[in-house]
Design a protein around this ligand. Structure first.
Ligand SMILES: Nc1ncnc2c1ncn2[C@@H]1O[C@H](COP(=O)(O)OP(=O)(O)OP(=O)(O)O)[C@@H](O)[C@H]1O
Ligand SMILES: [Mg+2]
Length: 247
């Protein structure tokens, strides 16, 4: 029997990564995502690009179980997760860094990490501080006394405390100074290389995201209009501009 490379990789994704098949989802009756299929292998990286309002956050929310699923299937680590509640999906290993960061303003950095701690995981506060030394210096500062970059580091650290094998990040680089962006990208590379984390990076900074992730999908009005190698888009700026509307 002849088995194509494509079907082998699809099976590999099904076995231990994340896979969406023909997913339509939205908020109540409203359908935002239509016929979305995509996959991220275990330890793989995926950039999710697209203009404002095309459904990027809704895509992450659908993986997390926060939207209404109208059709399609979602599998993670070889099992269907559509019927699982959000906390069960988190326990299976899906971590999330929300677009709004959602740091507790009246808790300090230590406490923000502690509330997300889970027993028996490899992540501790000290390991988060190893990843982000500048956060360690601020460990007694309240959430509302942090810079944007520190808040983002804390949001990532808090997601790690849940011991994910897949990390979903929603525009983590938005509004940050270039030096902070470099620090965050370096940390994501480390998580990928040293911890084997799979990473889905939703970004408006298309080039940064494409340079980080091996594969990319572009959404337009709730549909996938590109699914392939990031390199292809980096090498074809006209096509990239046509897809996401940047010069
Ligand atoms: N809670 C909600 N209830 C109803 N509609 C929503 C809700 N959240 C988002 N939408 C709608 O879903 C569509 C997609 O929004 P979404 O936030 O997923 O886009 P996005 O690509 O993340 O945009 P941005 O780049 O601005 O973050 C938009 O039309 C938006 O108005
Ligand atoms: Mg969004």
């Amino acid at each position: 029997m002849r088995v194509s490379a494509r079907s082998i990789s699809a099976k590999a994704i099904m076995a231990d990564g994340l896979a969406l098949h023909d997913v339509s989802a939205g908020y109540g009756e409203t359908v935002v995502l239509e016929g979305v299929s995509l996959g991220v292998a275990a330890g793989g990286t995926l950039a999710v690009l697209g203009r404002n309002g095309v459904g990027k956050t809704t895509l992450l929310a659908t993986v997390l179980g926060h939207t209404t699923l109208h059709a399609g299937r979602i599998a993670f680590r070889g099992q269907p997760i559509c019927r699982l509640r959000p906390f069960q999906r988190a326990r299976l290993g899906i971590g999330y860094v929300p677009q709004e960061r959602e740091i507790f303003p009246s808790l300090n950095v230590d406490e923000n990490l502690s509330v997300a701690a889970r027993a028996g995981t490899r992540w501790t506060r000290e390991r988060v501080y190893e990843l982000f030394p500048s956060l360690a210096v601020r460990r007694r500062n309240m959430g509302n006394q942090l810079s944007g970059g520190e808040q983002q580091m804390l949001a990532i650290g808090r997601a790690l405390m849940g011991n994910p094998s897949l990390l979903l990040l929603d525009e983590p680089l938005e509004g940050l100074a270039p030096v902070i962006v470099d620090t965050l990208i370096a940390a994501l590379h480390r998580l990928r290389q040293d911890e084997g984390l799979a990473i889905v990076l939703v970004e408006q900074h298309a080039r940064l995201a494409l340079e980080f992730a091996e594969r990319a999908v572009v959404l337009d009005r709730g549909r996938v209009v590109y699914d392939g190698a990031s390199r292809e888009l980096l090498d074809d700026p006209n096509r990239l501009a046509a897809l996401i509307g940047v010069g």
